[in-house]
Design a protein around this ligand. Structure first.
Ligand SMILES: [Ca+2]
Ligand SMILES: [Ca+2]
Length: 231
């Protein structure tokens, strides 16, 4: 079972009439991130009960805690002449907090701009060492969020390394996860880019002033932007 990558995680379960199998008991310390247990029973007078236990485990209790909500939505429907009573349960909680030095942009992501100068490979390793990855811009909302972040961060190098390159195949830009940049659904190149200037530019950057994408020399040294997953 997995939860959404962004924003709050949610778990929805619909209970309907099910066969008698005995009620379940809450298990307080299971090691899995999320679990669901369901059981039903029927008593001597014929009344049935259905029980569900939903659990979401956090390895950092207290960090980003609170705001957990339980929503209960009962409903009744007539299906093929039978009455079906249902309950939809939703547990909704906040995403984990950003790592040290990262800025949270609600609904978009967590970002950290590094001003120290490094090659693309060094920058990639630094982002990974702090639990993130070089930035991948894959939506207009993210592009705008990064631009706002750049505008309020002084003393940056002209370009900043981010997470794409065409080292494997010239002109075929892929992210650090191997996805073609053209398939991300969003890519705003700086005018005139990419140009593979002097046939030496294979690593991704973003222009500090306007946020447009550019290819640049991988062994050049400049600042860079890391991104962390929000869930
Ligand atoms: Ca190139
Ligand atoms: Ca270029």
């Amino acid at each position: 079972m997995s939860f959404g990558r962004r924003g709050a995680w949610a778990l929805v379960l619909v209970l309907a009439c099910v066969a008698a199998r005995g009620l379940v008991r809450a298990q307080q310390c299971r090691r899995v991130a999320a679990s669901v247990a369901v059981g039903t029973s029927r008593n001597a007078s014929g009344h049935w009960e259905a029980q569900v236990v939903l659990q979401r485990r956090s390895e950092a209790p207290g960090r980003g805690a609170g705001e957990v909500r339980l929503e209960v939505e009962p409903s009744t429907a007539i299906c093929g002449g039978a009455r079906v009573d249902s309950v939809t349960l939703t547990i909704r909680g906040p995403p984990p907090p950003p790592g040290p030095g990262y800025v949270s942009v609600p609904g978009v992501g967590y970002y950290r701009i590094h001003k120290e100068l490094h090659t693309w490979a060094e920058a990639k390793a630094i982002c990974e060492a702090e639990g993130g990855h070089l930035l991948i811009i894959n939506s207009e909302a993210e592009d705008k969020a990064i631009l706002q972040l750049l505008k309020r961060t002084p003393n940056l190098s002209t370009w900043l390394f981010i997470g794409f390159d065409d080292k494997e195949k010239e002109g075929f830009y892929v992210t650090i996860f191997g996805d073609p940049v053209a398939s991300l659904g969003y890519a705003r190149w700086h005018p005139g880019q990419p140009d593979d200037w002097d046939k030496k530019e294979d690593c991704g950057t973003v222009w500090t002033e306007s946020g447009g994408l550019n290819d640049y020399i991988c062994d050049g040294k400049m600042g860079f932007i890391c991104e962390q997953r929000t869930g």
